[in-house]
Design a protein around this ligand. Sequence first.
Ligand code: ADP
Ligand code: MG
Length: 250
Amino acid sequence: MLELDNVSAVRGATTIWSDGTFAVPSGSITGVIGPNGSGKTTLLLMILGLLRPGSGKITVFGQVPKRGNTRIGYVPQNYASIAGESIRARDLVLLGLTGATYGLRRTSREQHARVDQVLAEVGAGGFGDRRMSQLSGGQQQRVAIAQALVGNPRMLLLDEPLANLDVRNQQEIVDLLSRINTERGIDILLVVHDLNPLLSVLDGAIYLLDGHAHHDNVNEVVSEELLTHLYGTAIKVVRTPQGDLFTRSA
Ligand SMILES: Nc1ncnc2c1ncn2[C@@H]1O[C@H](COP(=O)(O)OP(=O)(O)O)[C@@H](O)[C@H]1O
Ligand SMILES: [Mg+2]
């Protein structure tokens, strides 16, 4: 459960967006959409407590966000390049348990067992011993999700997890997130540029439009008028004879 009450997002002296007042219900999968620079990453940083709202109040599960909140798992934008090329997948996931400090910290048998369990859960059991540089984009994203999940969060934030993935890998990551949402009951918020791969699993979307933050159900967001305005290019919403919804450039 995420609630914003009259929140504005400020970087430096600049207000990026304002008037964010909405509630995202527990258990939902929510897209975060908006043009480049509209403040999507900034929103995630505020939810994580890494950045304070310029004004207003954010609560996550009823509490004001605080740095180091273990109830939120986070997959940053460009995860693979941040993670480093040479680190082994399982060591990255272990960092999700022990904190981001390298060195001679002792790790327990239980922690390693937990890492194995989460790697298997995200379909990364077969490549846990490989280095990040040896993995495909889709495999790296699974490792990223494992790292975010290993501390048993109640909410997952993912910043552009589908960027640089081919259509098949996009769909596999979406299916994985949907399964995590259903089986663990975790709230999922993910920044995306294209809603299409998500339309079958999405409950709603936060959209950043004209300097304001809004939230609505997926049926309201997937509208030609809104998406055309949001992306600044004509978008058509199409329903297939099978009833599936998708959007495309007009
Ligand atoms: N560290 C920073 N200091 C000042 N301004 C920043 C910083 N990071 C980002 N910004 C600005 O904040 C705005 C929103 O950035 P961001 O949240 O990263 O957008 P998005 O994720 O939607 O592309 C951009 O205009 C960007 O230039
Ligand atoms: Mg961003």
